[in-house]
Design a protein around this ligand. Sequence first.
Ligand code: ADP
Ligand code: MG
Length: 230
Amino acid sequence: ARRLVESFLTANPGGGWLDPALTVELFDCYGLPLTISIWTPDEHGTVVAAQSLRQLGHRREVVLKAYWPGQVHKSAAGAVRTGLATDTQVRQTFREFTERFGSRLTGVVVQPMAAPGLELLAGVVQDRVFGPLVLLGLGGTATEVLDDRAARLAPLTERDLATMPAELRGSALLSGHQGAPAVDLAAVQDVLARLSHLATDLPQLAELDLNPLIARPDGVLCVDARARLE
Ligand code: ADP
Ligand code: MG
């Protein structure tokens, strides 16, 4: 991870957002549960990526995300399409992306469709005075509206891990609300502990978020991650 950070900052002296491929590499270093994300620049690559996900025995449907450097909210810009079940839909969506985003588009990310669950956010931000904070909150596309998060200074203690989920206003959603099953809390806490290590190891990390981290009774999976170095 340190090598990755140093070579990125040598190539980008002012810092910036990691591209999707480097983000996957960084997350792998810390065992963070990121869904398979195949990066491809063209239509043929996109169709082949979707086919190979199906052959690997993933759910039949895939997700396409248009990518360009510096993008912020993908779904608000129309850059996320979920539930694509056929080659034709995949091809069609790639063409829509190229029409809509033109030369800004540098490629697309193809992912298997994740099973539904509770959308959380987990992340790291830097406090100018105290250093890195690890965050947990309610996530997904309604993150800003919900504005429900807990933050602790890294490195996290066992007590931090125990109290963060309980501190959320929406904590009942994690423990099983109106007949919904409880999410795998230990898996959520494991992600927070890994983020704490990452934040402590890499002072050049300016911000990082996993949103959503999809939490289910049988584990957690992140389908959208980004990280910025400084
Ligand atoms: P952004 O946050 O930039 O708008 P995301 O990649 O988070 O884009 O996608 C927006 C929403 O689409 C997510 O909150 C989630 O509900 C859904 N989504 C994205 N990727 C997947 C996936 N692989 N499987 C299932 N749902 C997904
Ligand atoms: Mg997101």
